[in-house]
Write a protein that binds this ligand. Structure first.
Ligand SMILES: Nc1ncnc2c1ncn2[C@@H]1O[C@H](COP(=O)(O)OP(=O)(O)OP(=O)(O)O)[C@@H](O)[C@H]1O
Length: 606
């Protein structure tokens, strides 16, 4: 379970950030740390060397050594920022790569679907993506910078204490309110980012609608572009207002802190100039020490606040990256041998969330090994939900699904899925090549096998006839590197052609134990539908399969037809048996076939 509460800065987040940076680039991390420390010592050394030089000049003594030292300090001061900037860039690249890798490894480990349907989790995921790009570096970087500023601060403070212990104490004390105020500011900013995350996601959603080909048709025809643009800008204005409020508060607080710092510095300067107790070198050192320690203190406070803010962001990263699998994993996984007997749903109850209605209410059915089963029912009866449970994309709330008598929760989920070949109702159209669009179901398939699957799905001729054959990109959104010069070679398929590609995907995995076909021919023309179902009838013969279709003519050849109504099995049997029973299936079959002849509509099952 992922915690969806507001983010917190935790030691675990700090440990994770440092460990991540260390694992991604230990050499660059060390180099960066050393350069940062060198950067801390340089200004203090320069101030002391300046004092020594001025005192030597005033006493007409030898100035060679302080001059040499000052030249070295100047060189170091000039070179360190460039070196730091390069090592920072190297460290950032390595840590970003590693963090992104860890985040998406964790996301791929979410074996079910429920997390992808949880808006709070999606908010967290979006912030975790941002955190992966910035937070680990920022924690390390701000931590190191804070250490650098602390060293500089201590160096100057010691110098100042030698001249005026009271001034040193006042300066130290003035750091406390600044630190507390900056921490409060960073908490406020992180809370604001968490609060506006849904609005930022909605803005992205509207932006996506306005700029993608899939949505462009309807948006143009319905003339809702302006309406969506308005909504997108309203979201942006709302998030900007929240950011502006925090920025104004920050301005006020930091302005107040600057005035306080200025007053302390002026008081010190007045004391140093009016006393007449200090040498010229002492006064220069005093001024440098006040300015330097105030600068370092401001930097230290700022860096601590940034570390805090980065840790708050890191909390999102840690929450997602450490979430672990969403479906319970078996403590002692059982092997899953090839199906021999059958798959059984035993009193399966399911709803998508505790506050949602039951979708399946005690479904019991058996898909015998080697049998072709059809599942029919009205829209919303729960057919696709049942398929998702069979693939273990969710677990039943009650009841069990047995594979040769073994509860599928007791076998490794990947093992189960390797044995299933699905065509989903809402199949994907990937912006990849034609060949990749098929092999996505089996990345190791040989080209000949891919072509054979495409032939069986009746799409080989179409794909082979594309400008680059199977290597043609099925997208108008991207173009391949090879197409850089002539980017217009991407091709879009028709709905029916895409459906055949999705079918080819499933056929590529044909020798699996269970074939699931959820509306595999809804977008096909009548001739294509006939061809595909003739092919599928042959393909399914002797194989275990589950076919979902609203066209009852296509399911009549199945060994068993199961009617799902209101989340329950209301009828089951062979086509002839169900027709003879004269109940919902028979009525609907008659009406549908009559509808084909006379054009009348088909009412419900009961
Ligand atoms: N991810 C989800 N989260 C919440 N509710 C869902 C989700 N998916 C489906 N539902 C709900 O579950 C019910 C069953 O949906 P399901 O897709 O299983 O029906 P179906 O029988 O396949 O319908 P159709 O014939 O229209 O494809 C519907 O009321 C639907 O609103």
């Amino acid at each position: 379970m992922i915690d969806a509460s507001s983010p917190r800065a935790t030691p675990a987040g700090a440990r994770r950030a440092v460990a991540l940076a260390w694992r991604s680039a230990p050499g660059w991390l060390l180099c960066h740390a050393l350069l940062t420390l060198a950067g801390a010592a340089t200004p203090v050394a320069a101030a002391w060397l300046t004092k020594l030089l001025l005192d030597a000049l005033a006493a007409r003594a030898d100035v060679a050594l302080p001059l040499l030292g000052l030249a070295a300090a100047g060189l170091a001061a000039a070179a360190t920022p460039q070196l730091l900037s390069y090592s920072r860039a190297e460290l950032n690249r390595a840590a970003r790569l590693r963090a992104t890798e860890e985040l998406y490894t964790a996301v791929n480990g979410f074996t079910g679907l429920s997390r992808f349907e949880d808006p709070r989790l999606l908010d967290r995921l979006r912030l975790a993506e941002q955190a992966a790009l910035t937070a680990p570096n920022q924690v390390v970087e701000s931590g190191l910078d804070a250490a650098r500023n602390l060293l500089t601060f201590c160096g100057f403070l010691a110098s100042l204490a030698a001249l005026s212990p009271v001034m040193a104490a006042i300066l130290t004390a003035s750091a406390v309110p600044a630190l507390l105020a900056e921490l409060a500011l960073s908490r406020r900013r992180a809370r604001m980012l968490w609060r506006i995350s849904p609005a930022e996601r909605r803005e992205l959603f509207y932006g996506g609608l306005l700029s993608t080909a899939e949505a462009a048709k309807e948006i143009r025809l319905f003339g809702v572009g302006e309406f969506l643009r308005g909504r997108m800008l309203a979201e942006r204005r709302a998030t900007d207002a929240a950011k502006r409020a925090v920025d104004r508060h920050t301005l006020l607080v930091q302005g107040g802190l600057a005035v306080l710092g200025g007053a302390v510095a002026m008081g010190g300067l007045f004391w140093a100039a009016s006393g007449g107790r200090l040498t010229v070198g002492d006064v220069v050192l005093f001024v440098a020490a006040v300015a330097g320690s105030q600068g370092a203190m401001g930097g230290l406070v700022g860096e601590l606040a940034q570390t805090h803010e980065a840790l708050l962001m890191m909390d999102h990263f840690v929450a997602v990256a450490s979430a672990g699998p969403d479906l319970p994993e078996p403590a002692r996984p059982r092997p899953l041998p090839p199906l021999r007997d059958g798959i059984e749903l035993r009193d399966v109850w399911f709803r998508y969330a505790d506050d949602q209605p039951w979708v399946l209410r005690g479904v019991s059915l058996r898909i015998g090994c080697g049998r072709s089963v059809a599942l029919v029912g009205l829209n919303g009866a729960g057919k696709s939900t049942l398929v998702k449970l069979l693939c273990r994309l969710y677990d039943p709330v009650r009841g069990t699904i047995l594979w040769d008598g073994v509860d599928i929760r007791e076998v490794p989920v990947q093992e189960l899925r390797r044995r299933i070949s699905p065509v989903f109702q809402d199949y994907m159209c990937y912006d990849l090549t034609a060949a990749e669009n098929i092999t996505i179901s089996d990345l190791h398939a040989a080209p000949g096998v891919v072509e054979a699957a495409a032939r069986r799905a009746g799409v080989h001729d179409v794909l082979a006839g594309l400008p680059h054959g199977y290597d043609t990109l099925l997208s108008r959104t991207f173009y391949s590197e090879a197409d850089h010069e002539v980017p217009e070679t991407g091709v879009l398929l028709s709905g029916g052609q895409w459906q055949r590609v999705a079918l080819a995907r499933a056929l590529l995995r044909g020798e699996r134990d269970l074939m699931i076909l959820d509306e595999p021919s809804s977008g096909l023309d009548p001739r294509a539908e006939h061809e595909i179902h003739t092919m599928l009838r042959e393909h399914r013969a002797g194989r275990t399969s589950l076919l979902i279709s609203h066209r009852l003519g296509t399911v009549r050849g199945s060994d068993l037809i199961v009617v799902l109504e209101d989340g329950r099995v209301s009828e089951e049997g062979g086509h002839e048996e169900l027709m003879a029973a004269g109940r919902g299936y028979a009525r609907l079959f008659d009406l549908q076939s009559e509808g084909y002849r006379t054009g009348t509509a088909t009412p419900g099952w009961s």
